[in-house]
Design a protein around this ligand. Structure first.
Ligand code: PLP
Length: 387
């Protein structure tokens, strides 16, 4: 049996036909090429479409349309939230809090701020990758201005207790930002209930194209503008708006939201993968079993190189990942796996499979046929492997 199975949806997702239709219509419809800032009718039509997209997104996430700002990607949203809030609140202090398992869009932003004189506390996580609201409470100091903790981890799928963390931040009057790039579309998010001040997300993780993201900024949050320019996005983010991609993001989010109750079927497939892959000798499931994204599976196999595993799976038609997508070309062990306490050699041998609604039972069968075979083959060649 040979087939193609795309199991790397945490890295990126294909654009859905309905989403592509929305973009095509926007690109080709007379009048939609206008600049949304122009006062004549063509511009105003584009502006109306942009604001309709904003209103749809706000409707799904339960916030005000004026609290949604379009950006170019999740990384830009993360940079804006963190640098913008840190720099806007220096009168109160220069202490920031995050975790050791954030995406590099957050970790490297924090490192850049350290070079500007900010002090950053990197919270430890437990062996499941969880941080607690209590840890956040203990780390907050009088000069803390921002807590930045991801909603769900991109490698091991662990879902953090963001609502509890936001409540601590509110009590301590500290801004709470969450990178929800992996969570939006995979978990129900109600911003009025969640209580964070800022939240980032990205189109290409939810079947919209690469090149569009957004940042929710709750009204009244003190945060500097990120891109100086022509006054777009109500003066907060310069750059002529990408109307077609904003419409695509709104459409993709609406579709994902409409399918949230189908996620139990995705979870069932994920759990089948987990149960079966656990049967491989000396395999370790990484991340929390209960507080886990519906489509995430992450294993380490002793005495296996992640890169070799990926290449062999690729030759069998399976796309998967080792470490995070953005660092998958690096030979460094994953900082996330090291932070949950894996020894370096196990952190090197990890496999992330990320599935969606589109993954079929036959795809799961095929993965389960190939992965144990590949693991055995690589172990047979390994001088380190000892039955
Ligand atoms: N944050 C997390 C948790 C991610 O998984 C990613 C992408 O993998 C990003 C941020 C960056 O998003 P983008 O690729 O849209 O810049």
């Amino acid at each position: 049996m040979s087939r193609f199975v795309y199991a790397d949806n945490a890295a990126t997702t294909p654009v859905l036909p309905e989403v592509a239709d929305v973009m095509r219509e926007c690109f080709l419809q007379d009048g939609m090429y206008g600049n949304p800032s122009s006062l004549y009718k063509k511009g105003q039509e584009a502006n109306k479409a942009l604001n309709d997209a904003r209103a749809k997104i706000a409707g799904v996430l339960n916030c005000k349309p004026t609290e949604i700002f379009f950006t170019s990607c999740g990384s830009e949203s993360d940079n804006w939230a963190i640098k913008g809030a840190a720099r806007a609140n220096v009168k109160k202090g220069k202490h920031l809090i995050t975790t050791k398992i954030e995406h590099h869009a957050v970790l490297y932003t924090m490192e850049a701020l350290e070079k500007e004189g900010f002090e950053v506390t990197y919270l430890d996580v437990d062996s499941d990758g969880l941080v607690s609201a209590e840890q956040v409470r203990e780390a907050i100091r009088p000069d803390t201005t921002l807590v930045a903790i991801m909603y769900a981890n991109n490698e091991i799928g662990t879902i953090e207790p963001i609502k509890e963390i936001a409540a601590v931040c509110r009590e301590k009057k500290v801004i709470c930002f969450t990178d929800a790039v992996q969570a939006v579309g995979n978990v129900k998010i109600d911003l009025a209930d969640l209580g964070v001040d800022m939240l980032s997300f990205s189109g290409h993780k939810i079947h919209a194209p690469k090149g569009i993201g957004a940042l929710y900024i709750k009204t009244g949050t003190r945060v500097h503008n990120f891109l100086d320019g022509g006054g777009q996005e109500r003066g907060r983010r310069g750059g002529t708006e990408n109307v077609a991609f904003a419409l695509a993001l709104a459409k993709a989010l609406e579709i994902a939201d409409g399918r949230l109750d189908e996620l139990d079927a995705v979870k069932a497939k994920r759990d089948r993968l987990i149960t079966e892959l656990k049967k491989i000798p000396r395999s370790i499931l990484n991340g929390s079993e209960e507080k886990r994204l519906p489509g995430n599976v992450n294993f380490s196999f002793e005495c296996i190189e992640g890169e070799s595993l990926l290449l062999l799976l690729d030759s069998m038609g399976i796309c998967a990942s080792t470490g995070s997508a953005c660092s998958s070309r690096s030979l460094e062990p994953s900082h996330v796996l090291l932070a949950i306490g894996l020894p370096v050699e196990h952190a090197h041998g990890s496999l992330r499979l990320s599935i969606t609604h589109e993954t079929t039972d036959e795809d799961i069968d095929y993965i389960l046929e190939c992965v144990p075979k590949v693991v055995s083959r690589l172990r047979a060649m390994s001088p380190l492997w000892n039955e």
